[in-house]
Ligand binder design. Structure first.
Ligand SMILES: [Zn+2]
Length: 367
């Protein structure tokens, strides 16, 4: 995959970066006050790493790209870990000549955190509020650019939130999904968000953690790998490895965070109230006696039967809700959540029994 024709131009209250990945035309627009992109080439290059790894293609650049020497070293380490964790990702050759490399010399400026309206992002924002200059919001990945109404609604919420707390909002719009229709945007999402943000030349970029420290597993965002997505100028920090219950308790103190809470994109108006993620957030709010105008209240605990737990990480989160409900004397809720957890435990036990029985049977036949 050869990256070429990198251009930066002013575009309607923003700055537009464009480049080609072979014959795919990529565009990334930044909107906000006084946007500068001192590390645009590093951002464009890093954002094409996941596609190259998924498609197993060498990554090279033309003369419009000058890349940070540190970036190439860091991305090599990043690839070693990701290709070891995930079977669908290959470690690919970064074919960069000495003429395309430089030592990053510009002075970094400002600290930013991603803001989506979700529990993780809201928690990180409140924890870091005093150190944060910018909130970064992205359109084109989980919300597609052609979904005009949803884009406007999500953007309006992010603007109001940033304005309320006196922070500057930077909006990124990417056409990644149109350029790479065969790849899953969700599979690449956090890596893309970090990659794009490198363009801004920030001092520090905070990435809200998805898991608490006890749930860590190979995942698209991780404290070992997020910090490697850097050109050596921006420090990338994986932030907030605490339980989702603890995060929900913290953000439930803020009317703003509750009003703009966006935990899922499954329905036209966001927050479907039916998926596992919505039910998990609704159950947590019910366990602490809170509520959000953006989410239906959990009035009938039978609704929880619809929630399916399918990973140890999800089990861990639901078990935390069970403990929290029990502690707060929400005993009927605790019982309903416990049933859900027991269902998962039984399934795991049956799986283990099946594997062990087959092993035993195999051993007996071979003897
Ligand atoms: Zn939902």
């Amino acid at each position: 995959m050869e990256l070429s024709a990198l251009k930066i131009e002013n575009d309607n209250n923003g700055v537009l970066m464009s480049w080609h990945a072979d014959n795919r035309a990529l565009r990334l627009k930044f909107s906000g006050d006084a946007i500068k992109l001192p590390a645009a080439a590093d951002a464009a290059f890093t954002s094409c790493l996941m596609p190259a790894m998924l498609l197993d293609e060498t990554l090279s650049v033309d003369s419009s790209f000058t890349l940070s020497r540190d970036l190439i070293k860091n991305l090599t380490k990043f690839q070693q870990i990701f290709s070891g964790w995930f079977d669908d990702l290959q470690s690919v050759n970064l074919d960069i000549t000495e003429q395309s490399l430089h030592d990053s010399l510009f002075k970094p400026d400002g600290n930013a955190v991603f803001y989506s309206g979700g529990v993780d992002a809201s928690y990180s924002f409140f924890e870091l509020q005093d150190d944060i200059d910018y909130l970064i919001f992205c359109l084109g990945l989980d919300i597609q650019l052609h979904e005009k109404e949803r884009c406007d609604k999500a953007l309006e919420s992010a603007r109001k939130f940033a304005e309320h707390y006196g922070k500057r909002l930077i909006v990124m719009e990417t056409n990644f999904r149109e350029a790479f229709p065969e790849l899953s945007a969700q599979r690449c999402q956090v890596v893309l968000l970090i990659s794009y943000s490198l363009a801004l030349g920030l001092r520090c970029l905070f990435v809200p953690a998805s898991h608490d420290v006890l749930e860590l597993e190979p995942f698209i965002t991780h404290p070992m790998t997020d910090p490697l997505l850097t050109n050596g100028v921006t420090e990338v920090v994986h932030h907030g490895m605490v339980s989702r219950v603890k995060k929900t308790i913290a953000i439930a103190r803020s009317e703003q965070a509750l009003a703009f809470l966006r935990v899922c994109n499954a329905s036209d108006q966001f927050n479907c109230g039916k998926c596992e993620k919505c039910l998990r957030t609704m159950a947590t709010l019910a366990a602490i006696g809170g509520s959000s105008p953006a989410l239906p209240a959990l009035t009938d605990f039978k609704q929880l039967r619809e929630a399916k737990i399918w990973t140890p990480g999800k089990y861990h989160m639901w078990h935390d809700i069970y403990l929290c409900a029990k502690q707060n004397n929400a005993l009927r809720l605790a019982e309903a959540v416990n049933k859900l957890c027991r269902r998962y435990e039984w399934k795991q036990l049956l799986k283990l029994l099946k594997v062990q029985s087959l092993k035993l049977l195999n051993d007996m036949i071979q003897r």
